[in-house]
Design a protein around this ligand. Structure first.
Ligand SMILES: *Cc1c(COP(=O)(O)O)cnc(C)c1O
Length: 376
């Protein structure tokens, strides 16, 4: 019987053609023609002031931590239910992640618990748009304004998602996207920093170019380039950008195809939700998601283990994540919690992600049937 993987990277068909063009152009380092196309697309599509390709979302978050001027002991408020890079990027600067519990409906940071976590050391809030579904950004931006904090959106999963008419990643001062092969729009490894605040625009280019003013030099704004700030090499080469461009050209159709698969899962599990066997994802009004992920919430940790085993035996690969950061070894060492982690601990034990990839075809019907069997 054929194996149904959890993820299968989708190629649009033009990736190799564009890579061949990059090869012919003879410009293989970063910031060539394809990088410029990707920047222009991101800026036009999202409305951000400045988009900068990076080699990962992790790199974009690290750049954000430098731009936010995180100093040792500075605190950064974020959910514990997230990928390690959300926290690591700030820990690398000596910052202290302060974890706040998540909401039980969207699994996003509970905005009503943010204010209680603020101290005189707080510098920034990092909302993570889980599964491409928006955090309550109006409330979060109000809190940030009131306390003079920066907002850095971890929009790794949220490319093409919208909150009340605004593209995710463009609402905070800075936003970070991922183009990792497990995300929607991909380049293997890849990411982008969205700079939404004029104050950071010039410095972002410098930090990305090893702390030099090389970008200004190439534009003829300065007559030599030199070391002017801290920084690192955060830009991808043109081969990656060429691949990514082929994906960006198809971003609308990729998103639509994923939404169709998502909707089919959602309909297929309505009855299981009615009979209390599982809970389906909740999309709040005003949030337009990108079908990054289809997950279900089961009754208990034990039930989840049972369902995973049942599916595995029938060659269906369903997976879970994350070990909440506050309970991880490094999390205990480098961060602290604010308040109870009730929903974080409970929901992370019960969440199961189902295979979702373009061209699943009949495989989806099989996943649906096997899940119904597992829960009957
Ligand atoms: C995938 C992911 C990242 C990291 O993205 P990379 O491009 O692999 O560095 C960060 N945060 C979240 C929430 C993610 O899902």
């Amino acid at each position: 019987m054929n194996n149904i993987p959890f993820n299968k990277p989708h190629m649009t068909g033009r990736e190799l053609w564009y890579i061949a063009q990059a090869h012919t152009n003879g410009h293989l380092a970063g910031d060539g023609m394809f990088t410029k196309k990707c920047h222009a697309w991101l800026e036009a599509r999202s409305g951000t002031l400045k988009a900068l390709l990076t080699h990962s979302c992790t790199a974009a978050l690290e750049m954000a931590a430098i731009l936010a001027d995180i100093q040792p002991g500075d605190e950064v408020i974020m959910p514990s239910y997230t990928f390690v890079s959300t926290a690591n990027a700030f820990v690398l600067r000596g910052g202290v992640p302060v974890f706040v519990d998540i909401r039980s409906d969207t699994l996003n940071i509970d905005e009503t618990k943010i204010e209680a976590a603020i101290t005189p050391r707080t510098k920034a809030i990092v909302p993570v748009h889980y599964a491409g579904v928006a955090c309550e950004m109006d409330v979060i931006m109000d809190i940030a304004r009131h306390h003079n904090l920066l907002v850095i959106e971890d929009a790794a999963q949220a490319v093409m998602s919208v909150y009340k008419g605004k593209t995710l990643g463009t609402i905070g001062h800075l936003g970070a996207y991922s183009f990792h092969e497990t995300k929607n729009i991909i380049s293997g490894e890849g990411g982008a920093l969205l700079v939404n605040d004029e104050r950071f625009a010039e410095r972002a280019e410098i930090v990305r170019e090893k702390g030099t003013n090389r970008s200004q030099f190439f534009r003829g704004q300065v007559d030599k380039y030199t070391w002017v700030d801290v920084g690192s090499s955060y830009l991808p080469g043109e081969v990656i950008a060429a691949f990514l461009w082929a994906q960006m050209e198809e971003a609308e159709s990729i998103t639509q195809k994923r939404l169709d698969i998502w909707d089919q899962y959602h309909q297929a599990f309505a009855t299981l939700e009615e009979t209390g066997k599982l809970r389906r994802p909740i999309i709040p009004d005003g949030s337009q998601h990108n079908a990054h992920m289809y997950y279900i919430l089961l009754k208990s940790l034990e039930k989840r283990a049972e369902v995973i085993a049942h599916l595995k035996e029938r060659n269906v690969n369903a997976v879970f994540h994350y070990v909440p950061l506050h309970s991880s070894p490094a999390g205990k060492k480098y961060s602290r919690i604010s308040g109870a982690m009730e929903h974080t601990d409970d929901l992370s034990d019960r969440l199961l992600r189902l295979p979702l990839w373009i061209d699943m075809g009949d495989n989806q019907a099989k996943v649906i049937a096997e899940l119904h069997n597992a829960l009957s």
